[in-house]
Write a protein that binds this ligand. Sequence first.
Ligand SMILES: Nc1ncnc2c1ncn2[C@@H]1O[C@H](COP(=O)(O)OP(=O)(O)OP(=O)(O)O)[C@@H](O)[C@H]1O
Length: 461
Amino acid sequence: MEPASKSKSWSIHTRSEITCKYEIQQRVGSGAYSDVYKARRLSDNLVVALKEVHDYQSGLREIEALKALQHCPNVVVLHEYFWSDDEDAVLVLEFLQTDLASVIRSAKKEWEDGVIRVPEIKRWMLQILSGVDACHRSSIVHRDLKPSNLLIAADGVLKLADFGQARILLEPGFVANNDDLLSSAYEPPVMSAPEKGIKDDYKSQNKEPLTKEKYIDQLDEIRGQAYMYEFDKESNLQDGNASCLATCTASDEEDFAKSSYSYQEEGDTPLTSCVGTRWFRAPELLYGSTNYGPEIDLWSLGCIFAELFSLKPLFPGTSDIDQLSRIFSVLGNLSEEVWPGCVKLPDYQTISFCKIDNPIGLEECLPNRSADEILIVKKLLSFDPANRATAMELLHDKYLEDSPLPLPISELRVPSTNSSQDDESHGDWFDNRDMESDSDFDEFGSMDVTNTDAGFSIKFF
Ligand SMILES: Nc1ncnc2c1ncn2[C@@H]1O[C@H](COP(=O)(O)OP(=O)(O)OP(=O)(O)O)[C@@H](O)[C@H]1O
């Protein structure tokens, strides 16, 4: 926990341990907890991003999660970090010029064809799935997946970023001690992840057409990496440290993301339901669950994939209640029929919604998309978290094996700016950043409040 009495320097510019190694250039972004600067490493002119994290827990989580994930080519590279008890954490990250939100925006507003083509969508999906699979196999739940947190390098390699809300799940009985968390010396990755993780025949120089055989080989390689991660997993957990107070019972290593989790609320860092940006937040979180697992990331993926298909956010809720209403109007009501046990969600009895007799359906929200495309979104947007497809299951999905094949990374269209530099999209994402408001009651229609044995019940019309 952050000692309240500790003083902090007012700016990264006054930190001599940083300025003696990096020339800090302009600020390129800021989030709920951070400011991000472009900088040049003086020793070799490498361009990097310096992320100054103003929140102690968030800095701790991000460093721990990134340290555990440096083997994955689809996770942002952490070159080094500066950490002390009385200063903000500063992470030295590879610099990534754009993000998936900008790809969506460019497709909508700038590209002549006005779409992200299917082979492009498939390549973005493969990269996202590979990153999410690595997280889940390393026992890490990202908890804030959204297009603007999927950063993209100039060469088209997509990287999961912003692990400030991530949790590392611990094995049962392991109790994390915050003092140990950052004690071990950090060995930065030897080479940058794109070179390490992507086979030569897959890289930009190669202009040979991608044959089905070659592509299936690549796919097998991505799937195979997941099994390699298993070797790292044990050390991650032990090293593991981790700020997480969750326990995980993995009954089946092969199906890690479907294992059952139980989260303990211990000390002063309980799990919170207020994670993730609202539009991508899973229903169990919106209903106040504090006992959730990696499946919350899979819901977010469903929303992201739907947005790749339609170029529009699927559930752009203006409040948490509105968020649930939108989900129900498309998928139908949440009931024991679709998720046995849902009545036990903390806020289930408190909030009730009108019965939706004819839900709109995903088909209507994703017009002109193929049955396989709609199915892939459906597999993720299951109310029952146990029924959501895992990242690894989707890497085996027929959709990714069928023609048209994914575009080679080098042929992806990559915008030159990111969503936070773009004024128009900034508005959308800005509305999304109020992490404090977990149960806002504004901006929705009429309601009826009745007293019940448990307190009160609110019905929305
Ligand atoms: N490695 C990077 N390279 C280039 N720009 C980056 C990098 N990391 C972050 N940024 C920029 O800084 C912005 C804020 O970073 P980030 O999302 O990690 O911070 P945050 O405080 O955790 O944000 P949020 O409020 O979305 O949770 C990003 O939207 C992006 O524009």
